[in-house]
Design a protein around this ligand. Structure first.
Ligand SMILES: Nc1ncnc2c1ncn2[C@@H]1O[C@H](COP(=O)(O)OP(=O)(O)OP(=O)(O)O)[C@@H](O)[C@H]1O
Ligand SMILES: [Mg+2]
Length: 337
């Protein structure tokens, strides 16, 4: 037999005093375990204080997740609910800008961060408030990013809320997984898609992700669904509008002479058919509205700028359907919303 021979007997050395290194190691491990326990406790308390926790996801970027998350939160807040919005996009947070509150300085008390105040009493938390330079990209390495997200959720003093809307970066990577695993009792996820095939394909991934983490899909929202042109003409007359690719679109004006034509910028109904295929609810569609882009740039969300407008009404319908889904999921739980 070659190689070193071990003279170690089982049991030997167990009673010998621990080395300094071993004690430091044990101490560090214990501290880590305590920190984890405290965080878990905070998460549980948070979960109890917040009536409904809703994740907003999409497979593809730029489909309007943040616009939709903010719109849902504002629509709920306008109904008198206590609502919070958590912008978990830690590398490119943009919700404070959408709401025109990016210059808010957050207040810290008892090592808890107090969220910023948005329109209609909305409470807003975003990494954007904590970044020195919002234009400088933040690069997080995996484990640090996950720790930061957990801390970010657990250290915020939301108080009692009827609902918390959580906005994510695109995809189903680390961020939604960390939240799904750390925050107990999440009601479900809302999947945002545009009617395009590629966005739909990616939203299928989100639906599969929901199965993996065992969090239900509350529904699919189709964003940028169609663009409506309006005009007036002689009452009850035919109007022809040149649509995309030179194809004329016909409309008939009503008794007051008003007419409207909806152009399917991408294609309509894709969100609804994807929802059907996956047997998940369809919550509604939101029109393409150039005012949303302007509002996003000016920091006045479309719902705030025009609370009775077509877009605000479309959001209200989506929220109504969402509330119906939430109510279904909690037949035996106390009614909060
Ligand atoms: N219904 C809409 N009509 C017109 N423009 C819209 C609509 N929804 C979103 N937008 C615009 O599309 C762009 C992307 O929207 P948003 O930032 O909400 O998408 P996102 O999915 O959150 O993006 P990211 O993947 O980068 O997080 C923005 O300029 C926004 O103003
Ligand atoms: Mg976004």
């Amino acid at each position: 037999m070659s190689g070193p021979i071990s003279h170690h007997n089982p049991g030997e050395g167990e009673s010998s005093p621990p080395t300094e290194e071993a004690t430091a190691d044990q101490k560090a491990q214990m501290e880590q375990a305590y920190a984890q326990m405290r965080r878990k406790l905070r998460m549980t308390r948070l979960a109890e204080d917040i009536g409904h926790k809703i994740m907003v996801l999409s497979g593809k970027g730029g489909v309007g997740k943040s616009t939709v998350a903010t719109g849902l939160a504002l629509s709920l807040a306008r109904q008198g609910k206590k609502v919070g919005i958590l912008d978990i996009d830690i590398t490119g947070p943009n919700i404070p800008k959408m709401l025109g509150i990016e210059d808010t300085e957050l207040h810290v008390e008892d090592s808890q961060i107090h969220p910023a105040d948005g329109p209609s009493g909305l409470k807003v938390m975003s990494m954007a408030f904590l970044l020195e330079d919002p234009d400088k990209p933040v690069i997080w390495r995996g484990p640090i990013k996950l720790g930061a997200i957990q801390q970010f959720i657990g250290d915020v003093a939301w108080g009692k809320l009827d609902a918390l809307i959580i906005d994510f970066p695109p995809g189903t990577s680390d961020e939604p997984l960390t939240v799904a695993q750390s925050l107990p009792n999440i009601d479900g996820m809302v999947i945002v898609t545009t009617p395009q095939d590629v966005a739909l394909l990616d939203s299928r991934k989100s639906i599969n992700f929901s199965k993996t983490v065992k969090i239900p899909v509350l529904g699919v929202v189709e964003n940028m669904s169609g663009y409506t042109i309006r005009g007036s003409a002689q009452p009850n007359s035919k109007v022809s509008v040149m649509g995309p690719q030179g194809i004329p679109l016909e409309a008939t004006s009503n008794d007051d002479g008003d007419w409207s034509v909806t152009i399917d910028l991408f294609k309509q109904g894709g969100g609804e058919s994807a929802a059907e295929e996956f047997e998940v609810p369809f919550l509604g569609s939101l029109p393409f509205d150039p005012g949303i882009v302007r509002g996003g740039d000016d920091g006045v969300h479309r719902i705030v700028a025009e609370p009775e407008g077509e877009t605000a009404k479309a959001f209200d319908t989506v929220v109504e359907n969402l509330l119906a889904q939430l109510a279904k999921g909690e037949d035996d739980a106390p009614e909060i919303l």
